[in-house]
Design a protein around this ligand. Structure first.
Ligand code: GLC
Length: 434
């Protein structure tokens, strides 16, 4: 049983093994600190936005080594950084624009030290790059999204604009990113929005087909996500369900595919000071377990502040996840959905490592004395708690209790300590018989 389920052009083997990555949304929008779509939400023109934020962007506390350490400590194995978001502002010293970090009070390239720091922590490098660009002088502003969607002069400002020149810029910056920063494992484009009436923007506006060919030529094996508005199985390597939890292994035309849930800790990708829907460590760990139990990855997002830091809320969640991953990573890395012959017990999630032939029972609600695993009888050699490798006896129900039990569903009954192990979610590691 393979972790990946369909041939992909990009190398999904490491991706399906590593399971857990860090998304980082960072740009000028960290200064308004009320969502990365603030320009769209509040219809802020480029002039106003730049006079307030471009002129004051100075992340003086930026320390990418601290970011990388927090991500590695959380158990994350790759990261995806917004090289440029919809606002058009670039974190690296692009030769194709002055709308970049080196031209702000920050005065330096922010991307290169970040890539170096994350590589030092052995995290693989991913670049998010916005197809959309509300700042570029040739980007046709449209009525669907952006700071000019409701602008009376939008049509006038579009006169003379040539979307093809913007596409050339998009391709040129992609070339910079894929030739100046060494090995790039993931390219995360965002996003196409073609409308049935021909409005919106899609592959023609990005010239997606030659763009994708260039990407794959420049970085053989790179993973490309599913937002270039290109048909065909070879146009994407993974599906990217966003801000919700898939009910089952994501399929395309009935075939299970490589997938990655991208989600935020709270309700915003960019730093949002006043947004309070921050999920708990317990909720976040359960989300990760649930993704892997369905054969998927989790890309969890941090929005750093305008001073260049992960805020305390983010650091708290990352540390809490890391505490659990330190002892339970074995049930996540290299694991996937359990084979169908092993039904999931109530209040549990299963993950399965096909290489080691071990099953992991994530116990979400600790039962009293026994855990009954229907369908597991005669299939398990040994069982232990993953957190401390203490044996979990497979003694089953005591004889004198047996007569209160009915039926035998090929059940393996594990004898558990009455007291739940002192970890967020206990995991029982089952050494399956060959
Ligand atoms: C959506 C949001 C965008 C965010 C992306 C992350 O496209 O509009 O702001 O970067 O999701 O997946």
């Amino acid at each position: 049983m393979s972790l990946t389920t369909r041939p992909t052009v990009g190398d999904t083997a490491w991706f399906a093994h590593d399971r857990f990555g860090l998304f980082i949304h960072w740009g000028l929008y960290a200064l308004p600190a009320r969502h990365e779509w603030v320009k769209h939400n509040e219809q802020i023109t480029n002039e106003v936005y730049d006079s307030k934020y471009f002129t004051r962007f100075d992340p003086d506390l930026y320390d990418p080594r601290a970011w990388a350490a927090a991500a590695a400590g959380a158990g994350m194995k790759y990261f995806v950084i917004t090289t440029k978001h919809h606002e058009g502002f670039c974190l690296w010293d692009s030769a194709l624009t002055d709308y970049k970090s080196t031209q702000t009070p920050c005065g330096r390239d922010l991307l290169r030290p970040m890539v170096d720091a994350f590589r030092e922590q052995d995290l693989k490098v991913g670049f998010y790059h916005s197809l959309i660009d509300w700042h570029h002088p040739h980007y046709i502003q449209d009525p669907h999204i952006g700071p000019y969607r409701a602008h009376a002069d939008r049509e006038a400002m579009n006169i003379g604009r040539d979307q093809g020149q913007y596409a050339a810029y998009l391709h040129g910056q992609t070339r910079e990113l894929l030739t100046q920063f060494g090995k790039v494992h993931v390219l995360w484009y965002d996003f196409s929005y073609p409308k049935p009436d021909g409005s919106g923007k899609g592959h023609a506006d990005w010239q997606s087909e030659p763009l994708l060919k260039m990407v794959r030529d420049l970085q053989p094996g790179i993973l490309v996500n599913d937002r270039l508005d290109l048909p065909g199985d070879e146009a994407w390597d993974m599906k990217t369900p966003e801000q919700f939890q898939p009910r089952e292994w994501v399929r395309v035309n009935g075939v299970p595919v490589v997938w990655e849930a991208c989600q935020t800790f709270s309700g915003s990708w960019g730093y949002h000071r006043d947004e309070a829907t921050w999920r708990s460590v317990e909720q976040l760990i359960l989300t990760l377990i649930d993704c892997v139990s369905k054969g998927g990855n989790l890309l969890l997002n941090v929005g750093p502040t305008g001073r260049g830091e992960f805020d305390a809320r983010a650091l708290d969640r990352l540390a809490g996840m890391g505490e659990w991953m330190k002892r339970h990573g074995r049930s996540i890395y290299g694991s996937t959905q359990a084979p169908a012959e092993f039904p999931t017990p109530p209040d549990c999630r299963l993950t399965y490592n096909p290489t080691t032939h071990r099953m992991y029972v994530h116990v979400l609600a600790w039962p009293y004395k026994h855990l009954h695993l229907d369908g597991f009888k005669d299939k398990v050699e040994y069982a232990q708690l993953l957190n401390d490798a203490s044996e979990v006896p497979m003694r089953g129900i005591e004889a004198w209790q047996g007569h209160w039990e009915s039926g035998d569903k090929q059940t393996l009954t594990l004898t558990l300590p009455v007291v739940k192990p002192d970890v967020t979610y206990p995991v029982i590691e089952l050494f399956l018989k060959p």
